[in-house]
Design a protein around this ligand. Structure first.
Ligand SMILES: NC(=O)c1ccc[n+]([C@@H]2O[C@H](COP(=O)([O-])OP(=O)(O)OC[C@H]3O[C@@H](n4cnc5c(N)ncnc54)[C@H](OP(=O)(O)O)[C@@H]3O)[C@@H](O)[C@H]2O)c1
Length: 223
């Protein structure tokens, strides 16, 4: 896991994100989960720590724990995942520190436009999870056609579309060639027309659960 120890790069050259799992939410449990993550990763700080899912009760305690870890300098930035506008609105009623990032399912079949605009207003970075839709859209003829023009693959076209929409991306691949391919997207630019063609692939179709579908009640805690 901690490959930088066997490379010439230093810890500062890596940006490491992890998150508190649904069943570990709550104030004390989050502090403990974070401590365990540091131990497992053999690290002394995390760059970005996220709350995995919004619909967990009690709701505010997990965020309070993240704020404490942030104040102590153990986390460089704190954020959320799968939070929609109403979850963010609720969080903001008690938060002292706003999330730096909201990690959301986002790909051509589910571009999450409206939420993107709301995040922009709040100055929260929109980060796409499953940015390739787990491969679902890669066979789209429109993406192949656009890619051919630039000598790029459909995956590269999708990732470039995200970047031009000001969306941060975390594509996953187990294959070194594809990891290199997914990073090679900074030497071409999609036209406005091509951006619109990709925008029109929107089917409102998720590859995973909607945020409000997952509901977990952890042990009640007073805060
Ligand atoms: N916050 C959350 O709730 C949440 C939920 C889901 C996922 N995530 C995170 O989001 C990240 C990515 O999501 P994901 O893995 O679900 O989906 P993804 O990155 O959209 O797609 C991954 C799939 O696409 C393939 N792939 C990758 N690059 C490719 C390329 N250039 N050409 C063709 N196929 C390619 C991969 O296969 P190979 O590995 O065989 O290359 C894998 O099957 C992960 O870090 C994951 O942990 C977060």
């Amino acid at each position: 896991m901690i490959f930088f120890r066997s490379s010439n790069l230093s810890r500062e050259d890596y940006f490491i994100t992890t998150k508190v799992w649904n069943t570990e939410q709550g104030y004390d449990k989050t502090l403990k989960a974070f401590e365990n993550s540091l131990k497992r990763l053999k690290l002394d700080y995390i760059d970005l720590y996220l709350v995995h899912w919004p619909k967990i009760e009690p709701f505010f305690e997990t965020w309070k724990a993240l704020e404490r870890l942030y104040d102590k300098g153990l986390i460089r930035a704190i954020g959320v995942s799968n939070f929609e506008a109403h979850h963010l609105d609720r969080l903001m009623t008690k938060a002292n520190v706003l999330p730096a990032v909201d990690q959301l399912e986002t790909h051509p079949y589910f571009p999450n436009h409206l939420l993107h605009r709301y995040l922009e207003e709040l100055d929260i970075v929109h980060q796409a999870w499953s940015p390739l839709g787990r491969g679902a859209a890669l066979k789209e003829p429109a993406l192949k056609k656009i890619g051919k023009k630039y000598g790029k693959t459909p995956a590269q076209v999708i990732l470039r579309w995200h970047i031009q929409n000001d969306i941060s991306i975390i594509p996953k691949s187990e294959k070194p060639d594809r990891i290199r391919e997914n990073a090679d997207i900074y030497d071409f630019e999609l036209s406005r027309e091509e951006m619109l063609i990709i925008q029109k692939l929107n089917r409102g179709e998720r590859v995973s659960h909607a945020p409000d579908v997952v509901y977990v009640r952890t042990e009640p805690e007073e805060f």
